[in-house]
Design a protein around this ligand. Sequence first.
Ligand code: AMP
Length: 122
Amino acid sequence: MAYDSENIFAKILRGEIPCDKVFEDDHALAFRDINPQTPTHILVIPKGAYVSSDDFTANASEAELAGFLRAVGHVAREAGLAAPGYRMLANHGADAHQEVPHFHVHIFGGQNLGRMIKPVDK
Ligand code: AMP
């Protein structure tokens, strides 16, 4: 899947639409989800143009991979989630219902999150 430079997170990265920013460095931007699912719900995105976790893990440089993962940990720590705990989640593709085609990691926290995911009825 080709990268769509008009996706909403690309526009946020270019400063064309606002976001509730919590962190930014050379590799990553983190901002609060517009429709939070938990008391703390932050999205961390790489600065590079990657469609999803599949694209990012296949094609990003070592520096981008390391910088991004460091940023995720930093953001969670700064949000006060290291001690109580949090969940990281990245949706890739249709089965995971990925909505925005720019790789992002969700950080969920601020409440007991339950175990893993809710099983789907078969
Ligand atoms: P996903 O299903 O993993 O692609 O999740 C996309 C997430 O992006 C959802 O949780 C949306 O609420 C969130 N989102 C969409 N547009 C914005 C925006 N402009 N600012 C912040 N979060 C957004």
